[in-house]
Design a protein around this ligand. Sequence first.
Ligand code: ATP
Ligand code: MG
Length: 492
Amino acid sequence: MGIGGGVDARRREVVVVRLGEYTVKSKGTRRWFERLLVRNIRDALSREGLRAEIRWDWGRVYVYGGLDAAQVLRRVFGIKSVSPGVEVEYQGLDDLLAKAEEHFSNIVEGKRFAVRARRSWVEGFTSLDIEKRLGERLLRYAAGVNLENPDVVVYVEVRGRKAFLYTDIIPGYGGLPLGSEGRALALFSGGIDSPVAAWYIMRRGAKVDLVFFNVGGEAYLRAVMPVARTLAWRWSYGYRQRLFVVPFWDVMKALREAVKPGLRHVVLKRLMYRGAEALAKRLGAEALVTGESLGQVASQTMRNLYVTEEAVSIPVFRPLIGFDKDDIVSLARDIGTYEYSILVKEYCGAFTQHPVTHAKLDEVEAEEAKIPGKLLEDALSAVVEMDLVSLGSIEGVEDLEIDEIPPGSVVVDLRPVEKFERWHIPGSVHVEFFDIFENPGSLDADKTYVFVCDEGALSREAALFLRKHGYRAYSLRGGIKRFKRRLKPPSG
Ligand code: ATP
Ligand code: MG
């Protein structure tokens, strides 16, 4: 039954929305927050194709237009919890009890239940009256009453001449309405951490845009896009979140050529911070956000964070600094980005495996000075802006990947030569990753090429590049790591 359903215009489906912590703020602030929240709720519903009428009174929002809205509303920041149920109008306690009985009789059938009532702006009866008398009426449908550990809780909430009947209080994610804080720019790698970091700052009401420094190529971007889009589609209600893509291929090339291997990670990160700071100024963003967590990897030691942050003067927010990886993973699953993030493979294969953990600031600055400033400027002026919310279909990386090596194909190993010499897939040849991009016209067009690397990121890039030049090319899914795992006989 939709709005006003026709059967009984005074019985309507409703989602009761409880607001977050800002109910304690001053009256003016509170009103402003509620307006923002209602605007964001409208945006959420319209993005999800739901039509609804919204009513709002102090500390509460009521959404009429089907109970599916509950699952959308709980993802709107600033909402503490939601309850899908019905709203009835009543005349006196007996009428209220009759209506509540009618609504809940099926729901309590065969169950042990409890009634919880609340009441405001009503005279003549108490919450306890409702609980006792409704409990008596419902008892004949149910298996019994159980106040401590009920199978179902029957909630009756009376506000003036209206009552709300529901059985579930579904927690939302809290926070503040998006748009109530300033604007920030999140360094977004598409890995597991950075989407969660951006999410935390969005949850506190900030408008967060994303910047991705593309140290790889189009295949890397293709893997990152679904992560960014999931964040925007599921969580950015009230804001048109954007992704800025800065091409960093040439910067990477310069790093490889000029900078000491052990310091490349830190210098790269400083260049990203600098780039992000410049972009933030352009956008009017007042802070950067990163997914760093203390000690998680070599580039995130306290020293290296300090050395990195010295590159910029804008505040850097690191909401995950004290989180364990397990905590971050379970949040990423909840947010919905995890399953896409695990398909994004690191490009670390292009760098040494052993970054310095205690970089010295002056040494890092000296290394960084070897990178011409113009490279970063050029990268920034080539930035591409995407509106994540309205973005249409995007191409993934799935069709680039293959699980088995087709007979007769040329297997090309892109890992560092030391690794190739230690072990490789029998019959495969070694080619330097970056050489693939130098001379694509010279290959035999009748052959099928299967690229392999450690985890499958570089190989995707190579496969996509060759395809664009008309070759039949694939990337071995999961790289050498997965290949080796599959060679082992199953244990247990
Ligand atoms: P993540 O899971 O977010 O990729 P990580 O554990 O892989 O993080 P790093 O690679 O050291 O760790 O990255 C730390 C942070 O630096 C990221 O969370 C992100 O904020 C930023 N960052 C790293 N690489 C990029 C990139 N290519 N573009 C934009 N930001 C990046
Ligand atoms: Mg990463």
